[in-house]
Design a protein around this ligand. Structure first.
Ligand SMILES: [Zn+2]
Length: 286
């Protein structure tokens, strides 16, 4: 079973009015004005799943600063999940420093969404190393049995719009502060997985997973081999970052590196299931 754990959707009116929205949302403006940016609505996702042979997608929208826009995006994701016949699962977006965002997370949980994210520490201007800014978010997700997807990026190499300053150092601090929350760090956690070869970090990062979003833009194919060689192969989730990228680019990389069939199955779906199991285990709400 192939699960694409990281895809983005935009409500049609957000696509139509993006320039107007961008005036009040600088990070949205930055990303949407970028050379590689693409839009996608639910129908584009269904089409991609059909053509690429994806069994399940975990869809999020865009994590705005404005809670009203977040709520609007969540409604669209909830509607898409309902229309997908079980093939799309959804993630909620919130501004974790806004008033009453916990209610929005719980509303989305009631509506069947499975996680929260992809949140943007730089774009939404919150510090993932500061417990005062993260405890409400972490405890609400944990209690609700939802995992958290955070944007992180490698703090070396070429720059690109939206890369941001949250990298392995910040992500590790977040894990230490919130050991009971299942958290997926997007874009390979900016390289955090490599530190799991340090014995103490392997313990501290027990609640961390890493997704492959945008990997073809960032790494050579052998990164997949390296992740398995580091003993972290059970913690890597296939996520395309659709509509930015689709399965074809990843398939080419996987063909090149030639993982074992069991390794490939874990990467393409099995590990994603583990994240849901972990989030459910940590939950206190029944
Ligand atoms: Zn991202």
């Amino acid at each position: 079973m192939i699960i694409d754990s990281h895809v983005h959707l935009y409500p049609p009116d957000v696509v139509k009015n993006w320039e107007k929205i961008a005036k009040k949302e600088p990070y949205f403006k930055l990303l949407c004005s970028g050379k590689v940016h693409k839009w996608a609505v639910a129908e584009d996702l269904f089409e991609m799943m059909e053509s690429d042979g994806i069994d399940q997608c975990w869809a999020t929208s865009f994590a705005f600063r404005d809670p009203g826009l977040c709520r609007h995006c969540n409604d669209y994701v909830i509607d898409t999940v309902a229309r997908s016949g079980g093939r799309v699962q959804g993630l909620a977006v919130v501004n974790p420093l806004s008033r009453d965002f916990e209610k929005e997370i719980l509303r989305c949980r009631e509506a069947g969404l499975i996680g929260v994210g992809e949140l943007f520490p730089d774009g939404q201007v919150f510090d993932i190393t500061d417990k005062r800014q993260t405890w409400r978010l972490a405890t609400t997700c944990q209690d609700a049995g939802m995992f958290l997807l955070l944007h992180t990026a490698e703090q070396v190499g070429h720059d690109y719009p939206g890369k941001g300053k949250a990298g392995p150092t910040e992500a590790a601090a977040f894990c230490l502060n919130h050991p009971g929350l299942a958290v997926v760090f997007a874009h390979m956690g900016g390289g955090l997985w490599q530190y799991e070869m340090m014995p103490e970090m392997r313990i501290y990062l027990q609640n961390a997973w890493y997704d492959t979003a945008a990997v073809p833009f960032l790494y050579e194919a052998k990164v997949f081999r390296a992740v398995f060689a580091a003993g972290v192969g059970h913690k890597i989730l296939y996520g395309s970052d659709f509509p930015l990228l689709g399965m074809k680019r990843y398939s080419r990389m996987l063909d090149e590196v030639g993982l074992d069939p069991e390794e490939e199955a874990a990467l393409l779906g099995g590990n994603a299931q583990d994240v849901l199991d972990a989030a459910g285990r940590f939950s206190v709400l029944k």
